[in-house]
Design a protein around this ligand. Structure first.
Ligand code: ZN
Length: 270
């Protein structure tokens, strides 16, 4: 599943090919993905110039004069920039045709992705109640302490709450907590300011490293072949239950929490 680093890497990969280009046509081979594709995608986009490609949480926003096309990659989606005459495969659901003879093509085998419309000056309801971006200055120890005060919920749960901070899934929550030396089940309300500060640094570092790695390992976004470039960086704990801790050698433990197992080092994480 594309996580925040993949979405950000995708954004950086497509920006040079899209910004400043005019959309000349929209091909919709399905009427819906996870949700119905709104009529504005077909009626508003053609003729407009792409002013910017932004990311908010795991949503990509293609800004044109009258609004933004919102793209979510869901479980299996990917975007690439191809020549307009490239034949469509079975899972190529949408093409945004550009004025330079190329197109932005959305492929999504499982169809949990989304293509939505946000009129200029409005905020789509999916984006309206999101927490701060983890790589922005708005994400800091003070804001985490504020939401955690008095809460007995496990820290990992709070870290994955999109109202607290966006874009931190199971993988990056586990990795950041390991780096910060915090036990994933520790009550969020019982963590000192110093440890919150360490956690903020750790969250930023694991995401930033993944984005940097994505930049070097992802396939070219203009290459017509191949799988979407999802990647997993060198991980310390995620998926490594029973293996040795990279720091102290202790066997990593898995604990069931919610529907997902979480992996941690019983010695390094308190
Ligand atoms: Zn350890």
């Amino acid at each position: 599943m594309p996580e925040l680093p993949e979405v950000e890497t995708t954004r950086r990969g497509i920006v040079p090919h899209l910004v400043g280009r005019r959309i000349v046509g929209v091909v919709l081979r399905r009427t819906r993905l996870r949700w119905p594709i709104p009529a504005e995608i077909g009626s508003e986009l053609p003729g407009q110039r792409i002013e910017a490609v932004r990311r908010r949480a795991k949503y990509l926003l293609l800004d044109v004069g009258s609004g933004s096309a919102i793209v979510h990659l869901g479980m299996s989606g990917s975007l690439r920039v191809l020549d307009r005459d490239t034949p469509a495969g079975r899972h190529d659901h949408v093409d945004l045709q550009l004025d330079d003879g190329r197109m932005l093509r959305l492929n999504d085998p499982r169809r949990f992705g989304a293509l939505l419309w946000q009129p200029r000056g409005e905020v789509h309801e999916l984006l309206s109640r999101l927490g701060p971006e983890p790589l922005s200055d708005a994400f800091d120890a003070a804001c985490l302490m504020r939401v955690a005060r008095g809460r007995s919920a496990p820290i990992k749960h709070v870290l994955m709450d999109q109202h607290v901070v966006v874009g931190i899934g199971n993988i990056y929550a586990a990795e950041a907590l390991f780096r910060a030396g915090i036990h994933p089940h520790r009550a969020a309300g019982r963590i000192s300011r110093e440890r919150w500060e360490r956690l903020v640094v750790a969250v930023r570092a694991v995401l930033q490293e993944a984005i940097e790695q994505g930049g070097t390992t992802l396939r070219d976004f203009v290459a017509p072949d191949g799988a979407p470039g999802y990647f997993v960086q060198q991980l310390d704990v995620y998926g490594r239950a029973g293996e040795a801790c990279t720091r102290c050698g202790t066997r990593l433990r898995a604990a069931d929490w919610g529907q997902r197992a979480t992996v941690y080092c019983p010695r390094c994480q308190r």
